[in-house]
Structure formats: C-alpha cells, structure tokens
Design a protein around this ligand. Structure first.
Ligand SMILES: *[C@@H]1O[C@H](CO)[C@@H](O)[C@H](O)[C@H]1NC(C)=O
Length: 296
C-alpha cells in the first residue's frame, strides 16, 4: 500500500515534469483556429464560402471580382500563420496573397504573394518587405512541392530583431533589423493581417504574358488554421503592453538557429529565381540591408 502511494506520487511527478516540458517548448503546435476567431471578410462577402463551422474557408475569383479578408485586431509583433491550398489547375494570372500591413501613408508591409500559372507549370512565391512606405525588396522562389495539391503552412515571425518568412516551418527569408545600417525596421506601426485572391494578369504570370483564362473560372483557394499569436495594439499605439512576454519575443527568436540557417541556405541554393539584393542592374549600389541578407 505504501509502495503504491509512492508510485502514484512518482507518476504524478513525471506527468507534471512532462507537462512543463511541453508547455515550455515553443512555438507550440497550433490548435486549429477557426476563421471567425481572428478574421472578418473585407470585400465581396459572397465570394467566401465556409465549411465545418468556419474552420475551413474558400475564396473564389471570377471575372466580376476577387475577394479577401483581414484580421480583426492590429498587432505590433507576433507569429502569424495559416494553411493554404492554392488555386489548382490553370491559375495563370491569379495572385493569392497573405500579408501584414499598417494602415498609414508611410506604411510597413510584410508580403507573401503566390503567382499562379498554367496547368502543370510551377507557382512562384514572391516576398517583399516595405518599411516607411519603401518596398522594392522582392525575392522570388519556386516551392519544393506543388502548393495546389495539399494544405501547407505559411507564416511570419515578427519581433524587434527580425522578420522571418516560413513555409512549413522552413525559413525562406529573413529580414534582420538593420537600424544600425540606417535602414528602417517596422516597430512602431501596428499591422493587420490580410489575405486575398485577385486577378493580376497584367504582371503575375511570365511577367504578364499569360492571361487569366476566364473560361476556367471560378478560381478557388482554400484556407485553414487561422492562427495569430501577436501583441495586440490599437491602430495608433506605438507599443503594446505585453511586449517581452511572448515566446516569439524571447532571446531564442532573435536569430535563426544553426538548423534554420542551413534550411534557409538550402532554399536559396535550390529555389531562388530572383533576389533584389543580387540585381546590379536595378541597384548599382547594393541596398544597405542586403549586407545582412548575404550573411545568409
Ligand atoms: C510559370 O511557368 C513558366 C514556364 O515553366 C515559368 O517560366 C514561370 O516562372 C512560371 N511561374 C510564373 C508565375 O510565371
């Protein structure tokens, strides 16, 4: 009897320890988050369909309109992700975007743009970062999978030290805080999270050569897991109360770890199509933050 008591106690101790380990191991695997918890439609409400309550949604684009949605809250820093299955089949001319943007004139923006293609031809993932209204920081990659076949997760980590773009938890781009080099970094303007599907056949596919084939409409992109773990702020607030208290604000997330740097180099070596930091025609003088980009 006494022994049993000891064992029960031991089990409880082990269980408690395990729970601590699990709780401390951030980032946590997000529990699927329904659309309505964090987002509302922005325009063309009738072009959004909801499934399983609203844990899964579809955006559709036809010749009349595209559609989109935005976060209810504004955020200063955080970790933002969603799982998306891109428009299948002939998606040439369409763009599916997932981005963060502030709402003022000298705006900050963090962009994922998925450029569609003809059936069987590869999508391009274009990323960009705007700070204080200045963009022109495009990078383009091919993905190592077909993004129309299954849901994949796309996420942004944004803290005072870096902005990281992830595809299925593999970093594909890092924008370090290069304030010391005289480059603005987004840290005072709260951003909302947006996603949209629209027609961009004037530039998206093969530079605009491939036009949207409207006989294939509607074009449909599917979404799940609308996870946001950010520091919520009013649109005008320059700081937020919970700063420093989130997992993504901890020391560990100030830089990529060795494994992540290796994965980033792998993406760069194998999948890069375009990097503004390497474009000497467009930028005879390398943009200052590119010094950090090359460290990758
Ligand atoms: C579309 O396919 C063509 C031919 O394979 C390719 O050159 C292009 O990069 C692909 N993607 C886009 C968005 O144009």
């Amino acid at each position: 009897m006494r022994c049993q008591g000891v064992w029960t106690y031991a089990y409880m101790l082990v269980a408690a320890l395990l729970m601590c380990v699990v709780a401390g191991a951030a980032p946590k695997k997000p529990v699927p988050v329904p659309f309505g918890k964090n987002y509302v439609p922005t325009w063309a409400f009738d072009h959004i369909k909801y499934f399983d309550g609203d844990s899964h949604i579809q955006l559709s684009l036809d010749k009349y309109t595209g559609t989109g949605f935005q976060s209810k809250g504004s955020y200063l820093f955080g970790h933002f992700s969603m799982r998306i299955k891109m428009v299948p089949g002939d998606s040439a001319g369409t763009v599916t975007a997932f981005y963060l943007a502030s709402q003022n004139s000298e705006h900050d923006e963090i962009d994922f743009e998925f450029l569609g293609n003809r059936t069987g031809q590869p999508y391009i993932l274009q990323t960009n970062v705007f700070t204080g209204g200045k963009g022109d920081r495009e990078q383009r990659i091919y993905l190592w999978f077909d993004p129309t076949k299954a849901f994949h997760s796309y996420s942004v980590l944004w803290n005072l030290h870096q902005i990281v773009f992830f595809v299925d938890d593999i970093p594909i781009r890092v924008f370090k805080n290069s304030k010391d080099l005289g480059v603005r970094f987004p840290f005072t303007q709260p951003m909302k999270v947006y996603s949209s599907l629209w027609n961009a056949d004037d530039w998206a596919t093969r530079g605009g050569l491939e036009k949207t084939d409207w006989s294939k409409a509607p074009f449909v992109a599917a979404y799940k897991d609308f996870h946001i773990d950010g520091c919520q702020s009013s649109v005008n607030a320059k700081y937020c109360a919970t700063r420093g208290k989130h997992w993504w604000d901890q020391k560990k997330y100030r830089d990529l770890d060795d494994y992540q740097w290796r994965r980033l180099r792998w993406v760069r070596r194998k999948f890069t199509i375009y990097n503004y930091c390497m474009d000497r025609k467009r930028f005879p003088v390398m943009p200052r933050e590119c010094k950090r980009d090359r460290d990758a």
